[in-house]
Write a protein that binds this ligand. Sequence first.
Ligand code: SAH
Length: 246
Amino acid sequence: MNAKVWLVGAGPGDPELLTLKAVRALQQAAVVMVDDLVNPAVLEHCPQARIMTVGKRGGCRSTPQAFIQRLMLRHARQGRCVVRLKGGDPCIFGRGGEEALWLQGHGIEVEVINGITAGLAGATQCGIPLTSRGVSRGVTLVTAHTQDDSELNWAALAQGGTTLVVYMGVARLEQVRQGLLAGGMAPGMPVAMIENASLPQQRECRSDVQGMVEAARAFGLRSPAILVIGEVVGEQQAMGRIAIAG
Ligand code: SAH
């Protein structure tokens, strides 16, 4: 058998938002390398596996990326079924592409299993239809945080006519506001800030672009959170949270 690594999305937090494919990969895993923001509850599907936590939250320092990659390589080459478990979707701000390329470059077969990304789940959990017909022609996922601190093209985002979903924005709310206002966005454009989307401790704060920084401060917004910015935020629909009895 060829050495193989599964890059698996664990979804936004609610363990019921895991895909059947992700569950199957977990059930077969010998080693599971767990990233930040993965709800440990999903590990109930892999009691047989050796669990390695490689995320930076919970007071630990981040495990260096190169070390994680070498660890995956070593276990895969020893013939173990390796699952790399990431929050949300592995390829949405999750380095999935980078890791897949690196592993393939070292002769390892890679299979990526999608997860539900936090931005999409968060909006839905708060009743926000991201591409409501006649209101928004699309949705743009952006990160407020870049490695090189380069600025986003705020004018294009402000004027693009799509709903914006901003990841990693809690520490950069002021820059987001300034960028959007300078880029021509209406100060009254509604904003929803959604913390711990899909988890029992989910919280939501509504504001507008002009007032978002103060609103977040008064609310005590903490990471992980996503921001949803656009007319659809005012389009609250009765989607609510779906609880499946079990
Ligand atoms: N691959 C992940 C994103 C990782 S980047 C995904 O597809 O969801 C980390 C950022 O994701 C956080 O800073 C936050 O903006 C967002 N995030 C992840 N989980 C979240 C959650 N449960 N609620 C709100 N935001 C979340």
